[in-house]
Design a protein around this ligand. Structure first.
Ligand SMILES: NC(=O)c1ccc[n+]([C@@H]2O[C@H](COP(=O)([O-])OP(=O)(O)OC[C@H]3O[C@@H](n4cnc5c(N)ncnc54)[C@H](OP(=O)(O)O)[C@@H]3O)[C@@H](O)[C@H]2O)c1
Length: 294
């Protein structure tokens, strides 16, 4: 049977935080969760866009329980301030959805000097998860969902090119950021287990979904591939966020090449399973951020 939002149980009383929730997959994830009575924190970098997204959800469900969160993931001081505001305001966090991302932007760096795709897609979410860990720990059966991509299969971590030291290659750098996300999700699960914590880490990918992701490159490129709507693509994240799953699961669409379809267990490249690479990336990130994290 195809998994759809019909299978999501009532989420009343549970708190979700979705990054990049103003548009695309993040918006569809927040929308579906709100319709199931979850309390959803919609995080984004543009207050106006976040409020508009909240209005759009409330147009469908006026009593939706929503909160706006302002965070610029290309600036780690913003990530820290945002996480601190969440810790101060909330007593629980059931699910953190590390969704926001950029693909093929012009060459650039985050405020802290990381290549933009690596910095926004991975480093910022590593930092956010680390800083929200106290709240996840307080919440029984909590979960972290991290968005990867089919592109993780082409990704390798080049420790000599995480800060744009080499001539920019948008494909290689995007693949690097997305394999980093998957390495992170699997390593997080290993470390949560080792520490005996009642939290699981899972990953998801949306196949190829029509969103604003290619806005700074060639948006029409998506038409060269089988693709699906953002609401269909968000099913992977939604199953990952709400389904009965083992920690370390990776969810993606079941169609040919995992480009379209309904969510199921997805293919993980051998490289993304390598605990040595994952551990090296973890220690690098901890060191760069100057934070203690598992
Ligand atoms: N669409 C696909 O086919 C596909 C395939 C594989 C993986 N993914 C992954 O799915 C995730 C969501 O992408 P999408 O397709 O939904 O793209 P999207 O429509 O472009 O949405 C991306 C979201 O990330 C936010 N964002 C970008 N930079 C940010 C920053 N510095 N600080 C805070 N928020 C920021 C955007 O906010 P603004 O609107 O303010 O820029 C937007 O809300 C990404 O991780 C992407 O890699 C997508």
């Amino acid at each position: 049977m195809n998994w759809t939002t019909d299978q999501i149980k009532d989420q009343g009383g549970r708190v979700f935080l979705v990054t990049g929730a103003n548009t695309g997959l993040g918006f569809e994830t927040a929308r579906a969760l709100a319709k199931k009575n979850a309390f959803v924190i919609l995080a984004g970098r543009d207050q106006h866009k976040i409020y508009q997204a909240m209005l759009n959800i409330r147009a469908e469900k006026p009593e939706a329980r929503l909160e706006a969160g302002l965070v610029d993931l290309s600036d780690l001081s913003s990530v820290q301030a945002f996480a601190e505001s969440i810790l101060a305001k909330h007593q629980r966090l059931d699910v953190l959805v590390n969704n926001a991302g950029v693909m093929f932007p012009p060459p650039g760096k985050t405020k802290d000097g990381f290549e933009l795709q690596f910095g926004v897609n991975f480093i910022a979410h590593f930092a956010l998860t680390a800083r929200l860990l106290p709240l996840l720990k307080k919440t029984p059966g909590s979960r972290v969902v991290t968005l990867s991509s089919i592109a993780h299969k082409n990704g390798k971590i080049d420790f000599d090119n995480l800060k744009l030291e080499k001539p920019y290659n948008k494909f290689r750098e995007y693949g690097q950021s997305k394999v980093a996300d998957l390495l992170f999700a699997l390593e997080l699960q290993r470390r949560l287990e080792k520490n005996g914590l009642d939290i699981i880490s899972v990953a998801a990918h949306p196949g190829i979904s029509k969103t604003e992701l290619l806005r700074t490159d060639q948006p029409e490129m998506i038409n060269e591939f089988p693709h699906m709507s953002a609401s269909q693509g968000a099913l992977s994240s939604l199953l990952a966020a709400t389904g009965k799953l083992e920690g370390g699961s990776y969810i993606g669409p079941d169609g040919e090449g995992e480009m379209t379809g309904y969510p199921t267990h997805a293919f993980v490249a051998e490289y993304a399973k390598d605990p040595l690479v994952a551990s090296a990336l973890w220690e690098y990130s901890k060191h760069e951020l100057g934070i203690d994290f598992l």
